[in-house]
Design a protein around this ligand. Structure first.
Ligand SMILES: Nc1ncnc2c1ncn2[C@@H]1O[C@H](COP(=O)(O)OP(=O)(O)OP(=O)(O)O)[C@@H](O)[C@H]1O
Length: 604
């Protein structure tokens, strides 16, 4: 159904919208624009008044010149200099007032656009951060970056210079048209006739350029996405030597971009000269018709001059406006995309009436849970699982078995498709996000460090922690020694030279962070690949401290980790196929026993 097909970010890659869809997208953008301008209403009204008065003042010029020539000069012949002086003074006054008002309008409109941009930037940031993991897993970081950078830039470009020109230009044309009507209706009629080819040409340009401009934006976004993707995965690029292939792919995308830009230029190459031609022909006709009427005494010379000036000026803003039509189009498209992102709803919504959870024991329960990623096949078929408070559970199983998926359900990165996951008997969906994050912490494989000091990074676990608490947490997980050894100890910037830490050390910092957070339930996606044996031993000791007195679910890749678990769950194709203590399972003949045997062999 077309009504729902373009909600949110869906349809972002398309450029073949039906009328109903286009209308829907446009009205969404307008609503966003309205909500951005709403708080600025007062300034906006002042701005509109200022620009109307200033345009009127500017348009008065040629009429005053006509007055000066047709009334002032004959009076001067009769020694009455008053009318000419009046015309001159009025011309000067309108010029000064017009300039002052334009200056005022420029400042005012800059303030309005800055306020709009600031608001929009904040909204995009807050929204992308608010959206659930599901959104981020399908909407790539390259696209998010495009929204926050190039899209906001094209809106900025329009607001900074384009919108002033568009508004002033449009107003100017209306006023000039009116002035012409007052000074000489016949010339106004000639101008009216010239509007026919002008409208045809403009409509042609609009239709063609809409599609081409959309293609430019898609092409430029593709270039950014490719760039971001390559740089995010630079390690894999180097490891697999995919530079040449990337170069080829990137070359094609840049070439695409060049070609659509060439199409834009060709369109302007027809439109702009077309405008100039229509303008010049109209001026010529007005001059010719007016000249004849002056000759026959039906029109004064000053009036003819004014009429020609007005006709010329009528076309001036058109060329500017065509130039800014591109900015306008990019900004409109950018706004469409941004409004799509802003319209997205988190797939894991906050509860309307959260249930308080003061202290959590850490009892996790899956009841009748089934899970499928949005619109995809079922990954975890219906199951029940009860993890009593304080238990350490090791999740093992082949790759793609569903271990991370199960962990993501416990940390509520996703909600189950059916059934419920509960903590101490409360459905996770009813918990306040704050309570949830305090009670359940997930330490991911990547052990991400944010820019800032080591201490800042540990303090993420508990933002109000004192320095003593931070060092105590680091000591507890055995990270204190190496942190002290860094150039500035705890104050070392992790992104600066010398502050670079190894994968194992990064893991220890993230353990200290989790220890400080002191959650009732800890979920750990264990990374092993990057650890050497001494680091592994260090991490192993840290792990034991970290797991004490809390419920823990560990996606285990190491035999040593499984050994410290109270319980092992073996997963296969989304099902828990074995469940028992490590000793019991080893003694049996199931998958875990086989896995254990091969682990032992690999260590021997
Ligand atoms: N965001 C996602 N959208 C759709 N399908 C997904 C998504 N993430 C994982 N899957 C699918 O779910 C299944 C289970 O993946 P999961 O990451 O839970 O496995 P895993 O047991 O943790 O594997 P590994 O040990 O390799 O990390 C896989 O078939 C995978 O293709």
């Amino acid at each position: 159904m077309s009504q729902t097909s373009v909600t949110g970010t869906s349809g972002e890659e398309r450029d073949d919208f039906s009328r109903a869809e286009s209308r829907q997208i446009r009205s969404r953008s307008l609503r966003l624009l309205g909500s951005l301008l709403e708080p600025l209403r007062a300034r906006l009204v002042v701005g509109i008044v200022v620009i109307i008065v200033s345009t009127a003042a500017q348009v008065a010029g040629p009429a005053l010149i006509a007055f000066g020539i047709d009334r002032g000069l004959p009076s001067l012949m009769k020694n009455d200099w008053m009318p000419l002086a009046l015309a001159g003074a009025a011309y000067l006054a309108t010029g000064v007032i017009g300039a002052a008002l334009v200056a005022w309008f420029t400042v005012l409109s800059a303030r309005i656009s800055q306020a709009v941009l600031l608001d929009l930037r904040r909204r995009v940031f807050l929204q992308t951060q608010r959206l659930s993991l599901e959104f981020h897993e399908s909407y790539t970081s390259g696209r998010i970056i495009s929204r926050q950078t190039s899209d906001l830039d094209s809106i900025r470009e329009l607001l900074d210079s384009g919108i002033n020109n568009l508004v002033q230009g449009a107003l100017y044309m209306v006023f000039v048209g009116l002035a012409l009507l007052l000074v000489d209706p016949l010339s106004a009629a000639v101008l009216l006739v010239s509007l026919v080819p002008l409208a045809i040409l403009t409509r042609w340009f609009q239709l063609r350029s809409q599609r081409v401009f959309r293609q430019t934006r898609t092409a430029s976004a593709n270039v950014i996405v490719k760039f971001v993707e390559t740089m995010t995965g630079i390690r894999a690029v180097k490891a697999f030597r995919t530079e040449t292939r990337n170069e080829g792919d990137f070359g094609e995308l840049v070439e695409d971009y060049r070609q659509v830009n060439a199409r834009v230029i060709r369109l302007f190459g027809i439109y702009n000269p077309g405008l100039v031609l229509i303008g010049n022909v109209t001026v010529a006709v007005v001059l010719l018709v007016g000249g004849l009427r002056v000759f026959e005494g039906q029109l004064a010379v000053g009036a003819l001059l004014a009429v020609v000036l007005y006709t010329r000026r009528f076309f001036d803003p058109m060329e500017d406006m065509a130039m800014f039509y591109n900015s306008y189009q990019s900004a409109a498209a950018a706004l469409e995309k941004i409004s799509g992102v802003l319209e997205e709803q988190p797939s894991v919504p906050d509860p309307a009436a959260p249930i308080d959870l003061w202290t959590s024991k850490g009892h996790v329960r899956f009841s009748d849970v089934e899970f499928a990623y949005a619109g995809d096949r079922v990954i975890l078929p219906t199951f029940d699982l009860d993890i009593p408070a304080g238990q350490t559970v090791a999740l093992v199983g082949s790759t793609g078995a569903g271990k991370s998926t199960l962990a993501k359900l416990v940390s509520r990165f996703y909600d189950p498709s059916t059934g419920e996951v509960s903590l101490d008997g409360i459905d996770l969906r009813s918990l306040h996000p704050k309570d949830l994050r305090r009670a359940i912490v997930m330490v991911t494989q990547e052990a991400y460090l944010f820019s800032g000091t080591v201490a800042d990074n540990i303090a993420i676990g508990k933002p109000d922690a004192s320095f003593d608490e931070i060092t105590a947490a680091a000591r507890a997980v055995g990270a204190h020694e190496f942190i002290e050894g860094l150039p500035n100890g705890y104050e070392t910037d992790v992104n600066k030279r010398g502050g670079r830490v190894s994968a194992g050390q990064r893991q220890l910092i993230s353990f200290a962070r989790a220890f400080l957070a002191d959650p009732a339930v800890l979920i750990l996606d264990e990374a092993t690949a990057s650890l050497d044996i001494p680091s592994e031993r260090l991490v192993q000791n840290a792990l034991q401290t970290l797991l004490a007195d809390r419920t823990a679910i560990i996606i285990a890749h190491r035999l040593s980790t499984v050994a410290i678990a109270d319980r092992v769950l073996v997963m296969e194709h989304g099902r828990i196929v074995e469940d028992g203590t490590p000793a019991d399972l080893i003694a049996g003949t199931g998958r875990f026993a086989a896995l254990h045997a091969s682990w032992r062999e690999s260590l021997a």
